[in-house]
Write a protein that binds this ligand. Structure first.
Ligand code: B12
Length: 212
């Protein structure tokens, strides 16, 4: 079942993906398993785009398909997590220059299902917009998402501007996204980083426990 679903995503075949997701749920696969399968298929689409075998339209279509699945009621909240109520506020956004939002949205719905209040500033968010909203909303955590290598610089600009405004005392900053490494994490200067949404939530939960 998993292989069939991954293959349908690789083929960017919307009809088959939707049908196989129904079958996957019926056969007992969890929302998390299904998300992993779609992500694996999308990684392939990304690689094929890189080598010139797929076109921008394929990237776009794979994004549309993933969003279509992620927004289904049965995909959220992920059953693995217990529902609690407003245990902290997370301000999130994809940094300036980057329009990718699927990973960010995935992280946001996981955080919501774990009881966090999530305020999403969207994509291509200017550093000053983050600063203005930190001042206005006083979140416990700022979560920055990045998918493009070229946008890591604006992630650093965002953290630098927050520091310049002396806003880090009561704020933890987590950065997330595939292009991040230990080196880029050090370069940006956040409190934590992760390439995985679930691991990112675990880091924030540990911060919440520390704060109590
Ligand atoms: C779909 C897609 C698009 C869609 C985006 C639709 C959307 N609404 O997001 C569209 C068509 C718009 C697009 C455009 C472009 N894309 Co694009 N895209 C993709 C693709 C195929 C999938 C991305 C995706 O959603 N993956 C699934 C999600 C779930 O994964 P994710 O975002 O990585 O998120 C996970 C982690 O990173 C992490 N995470 C993410 N955010 C956060 C935040 C926190 C706090 C935490 C803890 C964790 C976390 O958690 C998630 C899962 O656990 C990737 C290929 C790939 N392998 O990723 C290319 C890819 C990202 N795109 C790429 C490129 C080059 C582009 C374009 C420049 C193409 C062009 N020439 O125009 C433009 C850039 C536009 C812009 N300015 O942003 C490259 C980027 C190379 C790089 N690293 O710099 C990739 C890797 C393709 C490739 N191999 O060449 N793209």
């Amino acid at each position: 079942m998993k292989d069939l679903l991954i293959q349908a995503v690789k083929d960017v075949n919307e009809k088959d993906v939707l049908m196989l997701v129904d079958q996957a749920f019926a056969s007992g696969l969890s929302a998390k398993d299904i998300t992993e399968c779609i992500k694996t298929g999308m990684d392939y689409v990304g690689k094929e785009y890189e080598t010139g075998n797929y076109f921008i339209a394929d990237l776009m279509m794979s994004g549309i398909i993933f969003k279509e699945i992620l927004t289904q009621e049965r995909m959220q909240p992920f059953k693995e997590f217990e529902n609690q109520n407003n245990i902290g506020t997370i301000l999130i956004g994809t940094v300036k220059g980057d329009l990718h939002d699927i990973g960010k949205d995935l992280f946001s719905s996981l955080a919501q299902s774990c009881g966090y209040h999530v305020i999403d500033l969207g994509v291509d968010v200017h550093p000053q917009t983050f600063v203005d909203n930190i001042i206005k909303l006083k979140p416990d955590v700022l979560a920055l998402s990045v998918v493009l290598h070229t946008a890591i610089r604006s992630m650093k600009d965002t953290v630098d501007l927050i520091e310049k405004h002396d806003l880090r005392k009561n704020l933890k900053i987590i950065i997330g996204g595939n292009p991040l490494t230990k080196e880029t994490f050090n370069f940006v200067g956040a409190d934590a980083f992760s390439r995985d949404a679930t691991e990112g939530i675990e880091i924030i939960q540990a911060w919440t426990r520390e704060k109590k």
